[in-house]
Write a protein that binds this ligand. Structure first.
Ligand SMILES: [Zn+2]
Length: 146
């Protein structure tokens, strides 16, 4: 099976690659590399075959990857929305527990998919307060809108 993400660390920055070489090095199709060239991956095109420097390829792929989204204390990462979301109705339940952590389950406030997160027992008080606070804000907003 092919890798789902380009294997960026396989690129050597002091080497140059043809489209075919770069594709094989990082485990993507040649068509993918050609698409990147159209979208701004720099290449040395005054000779054939065109060459892509490893440095340019690494910089391009780093610019492409989205920054990690950290969840706030009262947020859950929703795999459907692909974004941090609040719990629907400010309700969450304990799905399971270990000696130091709770696995908390809730419904995504936007798409209603089940979302999970792990909360350390040390922070459970803060977590519950934050979830309750975001729920109060939501209720206030509902009242305000009528
Ligand atoms: Zn969602």
């Amino acid at each position: 099976m092919r890798r789902r993400r380009p294997h960026r660390r396989a690129i050597r920055i002091h080497r140059s690659y043809t489209v075919d070489e770069l594709a094989r090095t990082i485990g993507v199709c040649k068509a993918t590399v050609r698409r990147w060239l159209k979208r701004g991956l720099p290449a040395i095109t005054d000779m054939k075959p065109a060459l892509i420097t490893g440095e340019d390829a690494v910089a391009f792929l780093q610019g492409r990857s989205r920054p990690k989204q950290r969840c706030q204390l009262d947020e859950f990462y929703c795999l459907s929305c692909r974004e941090p979301r609040r719990a629907a109705f400010g309700e969450a339940e304990i799905a399971s527990q270990t000696a130091y952590t709770l696995n908390v389950r809730a419904l995504c406030a936007v798409c209603a998919a089940t979302v999970h997160r792990r909360v350390s027992l040390k922070r459970i008080g803060q977590f519950l307060a934050a979830v309750a606070r975001s729920c109060e804000q939501a209720q206030r907003r509902l009242k305000d809108t009528g």
